[in-house]
Ligand binder design. Structure first.
Ligand code: PEP
Length: 687
């Protein structure tokens, strides 16, 4: 059953993931804008005049936008869950601190969390972060239990695609202009009409809120501008709305000519075409398109267009630019901030016709010398408005979306057991009844762990499993001396406890031995028998093992019976024969009823603790062979229902592939069962 805690973690993951993706993407659309915002935050420590300060802000902008997007995407797809959850907690903690600082110190007018697309007040930003910080903690608390759309083997590919995707997207937006322009000066804006509207709104606001305070006979009274009193009243003061006093025009287009005269009306009232070449400071403008600019200027004049440079540069900077590029176009002056708002390129071109913005281009997209004439002729067409920027980035986003959808489809296909069904159709000749055959992940601690370490492990595993939907049984094989303690600790959890051995005698004068009855009395329900280490170091042969299996069954224990060949036998191609002999000499002597209680574990001895693993194909081949042997001995039903585990350097990175084989029903895990961190992902390989 899915617990409430897991539902909370999943919901929190979706909420934080979506917010991170949206805020990352909205900022990544305009990396220069984000760099400017970062520059505003860093203004107290980063002087704008330093040549490299812009570079620092831009680098931070790339890191922040990409980082935010990637965190969100990784959380939503469930890849690198723990790391992503940790980083998002750190991120929201940092953001909460910055928004608190902004609320009190007011270093910037707008936080810039969602670029220019959504504007939040400092208080709203703080509120957003105060909600998201605990949500990200909920994600972190159960990060390992979150569903994932891609397997461990696939996730690096998805991660690489995500990183490449967002970086290419940002570089595109940086080199050209932002894919979507959220600022006031977008192409198609009738600047003249908008400025007039803004002006009249402000005037109307002033008219509606301004009060004239007059006094008569010691009494003060407020009058509207339309109802000024007669001369019997004495004027005291003008009372204006404080919010209007702080009003900042959205369209702060205030160019001046070289003598300092306002030039906006002159530009906007002209019904013809005007080209403005903008750069806040000419000494920082790219010189990469000087030929194109010269051609644009020369041909503009010959076509009767007007052409101006628009800058906040000093006279010296303008003179240097003229000297360097041969520029002879007239220069208009304006504050750097509205120039940056108008265009994110250095330099950029803004084309006006009749006060309307009909095109905007970064210097990287200026028409080439050969294209200039055709381009300028287009501008003359009465309804010409430049087309939206290239859709290359949009395709990239679409490809991304498709990847996500693919992940979701795979997830649901798995949920509906479609993949199992297909696998069965393709590889598997038998009709599998999954209900009878259990998937099991069993650990084998061998001679490791003190009692304290053992109990700590069980407590940790128990709490990790309590928030999971399990798709397999979980067993831990522990030393005799731990059994009673860990079995009582594991009670009420999905963890079953196994002994690692039992005596081949029922009871009596066998000093140091532990009988199956004693094991059963501790609360353990399983016993590992026939392990290659017992066979090799303690001389346990088929006769001894048969006796142990018989006693285990008689005492209600389920044997996990190990078989497998040594390296030389594998190399001599005798592995099929070896397992056949091991089975024939031991568990095949059991009645069908008893045999059906046994769990088999195929463990190639050359793979145990060596780091060598049988490939999934090798494992499937021999597991299928073992099942065939059981079919021959006990018939199809018992063979179908028999759980056959694989053991031998099984770990988080190979478990999923091994367990996906139709005849591999789980694993017997040695080394990787010694820490919950390594063991849990193996259990999760069944999802
Ligand atoms: C084992 O001892 O059963 C075993 C499979 O060990 P490891 O996983 O360390 O290879």
């Amino acid at each position: 059953m899915i617990s409430l805690r897991l539902i909370a973690a999943e919901t929190a993951r979706v909420l934080t993931g979506v917010v991170l993706i949206v805020s990352g993407l909205l900022k990544a659309i305009d990396p220069v804008g984000s760099a400017l915002k970062i520059g505003e935050y860093l203004a107290p420590i980063l002087d704008e005049r330093w040549a490299w300060s812009g570079m620092i802000s831009l680098t931070l902008s790339f890191v922040l936008c990409a980082g935010e997007f990637l965190l969100g995407a990784f959380l939503l797809m469930g890849i690198y869950r723990k790391l992503s959850a940790r980083l998002s907690v750190a991120f929201f903690a940092g953001m909460t601190f910055i928004s608190l600082y902004s609320l009190f110190a007011d270093p910037v007018s707008d936080c810039g969390c969602f670029g220019d697309a959504i504007h939040l007040t400092h208080f709203e930003t703080l509120l957003k972060n105060i909600v998201l910080l605990p949500l990200s903690y909920l994600v972190l608390r159960d990060a390992r239990s979150l569903r994932h759309l891609f397997s461990r083997r696939e996730r690096w590919l998805v991660a690489v695609l995500a990183v490449v995707g967002i970086v290419v997207f940002m570089v595109q937006n940086y080199r050209h202009l932002p894919l979507v322009d959220f600022r006031p000066y977008r192409v198609g804006t009738d600047l003249r009409a908008e400025m007039a509207r803004e002006d009249s709104t402000l005037q109307a606001g002033l008219l509606a809120t301004t009060r004239y305070i007059y006094e008569r006979g010691g009494q003060e009274q407020a009058f509207t501008p339309e109802a000024i009193p007669d001369s019997s009243w004495r004027f005291v003061k003008v009372q204006e709305d404080a919010t209007l006093a702080k009003y900042k025009a959205k369209y702060d287009f205030t160019p001046m000519d070289s003598l300092g005269n306002p030039f906006a009306e002159e530009l906007l009232a002209d019904p013809g075409v005007t080209l403005l070449l903008l750069a806040p400071h000419w000494n920082r403008a790219s010189e990469g398109s000087i030929d194109e600019i010269s051609e644009l200027y020369t041909q503009s004049l010959s076509m009767g267009y007007r052409f101006y440079g628009l800058t906040a540069s000093s006279a010296q900077e303008i003179a240097d630019w003229r000297y360097l590029t041969g520029a002879s176009y007239p220069m208009l002056l304006m504050d750097a901030t509205p120039i940056r708002t108008m265009i994110r390129a250095y330099p950029g071109l803004v084309v006006l016709r009749g006060g309307k913005i009909i095109d905007k281009r970064s210097f990287t997209d200026f028409p080439t010398v050969e294209e200039v004439s055709r381009y300028l002729h287009h501008l003359r067409e009465p309804n010409y408005i430049a087309p939206a920027p290239s859709l290359a980035c949009t395709y990239l986003l679409l490809a991304w979306g498709a990847l996500l959808i693919l992940g979701f489809l795979r997830f649901w296909a798995r949920k509906l057991h479609l993949t199992l069904y297909l696998k069965k159709r393709i590889h598997y000749p038998y009709k599998r009844k999954r209900s009878m055959r259990k998937n099991i992940v069993a650990g084998n601690w061998k001679m490791n762990k003190t009692l304290q370490e053992g109990t700590a492990f069980i407590s940790e595993l128990k709490s990790a499993l309590s928030v999971k939907t399990l798709h397999c049984d979980v067993i831990i094989g522990a030393p005799f001396i731990h059994l009673a303690t860990v079995a009582s600790l594991a009670e009420g959890s999905p963890i079953g406890i196994a002994a690692e051995n039992c005596a081949d005698k029922a009871e009596g004068a066998y000093t140091g031995e532990v009988s199956a009855a004693m094991v059963a009395s501790t609360g353990a329900r399983y016993v590992i028998l026939g392990h290659s280490e017992r066979r090799a170091y303690y001389g346990e042969d088929n006769a001894i093992l048969t006796e142990k299996v018989r006693l285990a069954l008689a005492n209600g224990l389920t044997p996990i019976f190990c078989i497998g060949e040594v390296k030389e036998e594998r190399e001599a191609g005798k592995h099929f024969q070896v397992v056949e002999e091991q089975l024939a000499g031991t568990v095949f002597s059991l009645s069908p009823e008893d045999f059906s209680k046994v769990i088999l574990a195929y463990e190639p001895v050359w793979a145990i603790g060596t780091g060598l693993t049988a490939s999934s194909a090798q494992a499937q081949e021999i597991h299928a062979h073992i099942r065939q042997l059981i079919v021959k001995k006990y018939g199809e039903t018992i063979a179908d229902d028999c759980t056959i585990l694989y053991g031998g350097s099984c770990n988080a990175s190979n478990a999923e592939e091994l367990f996906a084989q139709p005849d591999v029903d789980g694993g017997l895990i040695g080394g990787a069962s010694l820490s919950v961190e390594k063991f849990l992902p193996i259990i999760e390989a069944f999802h």
